[in-house]
Design a protein around this ligand. Sequence first.
Ligand code: ADP
Length: 180
Amino acid sequence: MPRARALAVFPGSFDPVTNGHLDIVRRGLAVFGRVRLAILVNSEKQPLFSVEERLEILREAFRGNPRVELDTFSGLLVDYARKVGASVILRGIRALSDFDYEFQMALMNRRLDPRIETVFMMPAESYTYVSSRLVKEVFQLGGRVSDLVPPVVERRLREKYRGKATRAGASRTRSKRRKR
Ligand code: ADP
């Protein structure tokens, strides 16, 4: 059982959540009382899954775990953390390539609010190469992702790309019709 009652915010895009994220949550729960996954609502990124879809996926992936909370946020992460009473920002570090950006962000967040501590955790080695982006690419090219994501994500990916293919097919048919 975790000794601390602390609430840790785990911010990210989670587009979609992977077993790497799940691994970090599990490790976080071993140290902190509660872990809250907070989806950053970012109008600049072009996500595959909408914020509502990502929340639904997370709800299913973490169903029955009362110490895992789910939310969305926009604006400054430290403002959000303060608002929900979190004393920790939890982030995952996969490789050295993550480090530069994460380090910079952690120091900036510390400058913005020195009371909130950023804690980095490392996933199991088997997840160090897993990213949401790669999962989407591999799945789209027909590769197997069942070891990399929870079952709900695989199902949602199948539905999403089937929908996309159908829409693309429909619009091709429409444009052919227009040409005639
Ligand atoms: P962001 O856009 O904030 O990077 P992500 O959803 O890609 O959002 O990642 C959220 C957090 O999870 C980041 O700290 C990232 O380093 C971490 N993370 C992503 N994939 C993994 C993984 N396979 N193992 C451990 N941590 C990961």
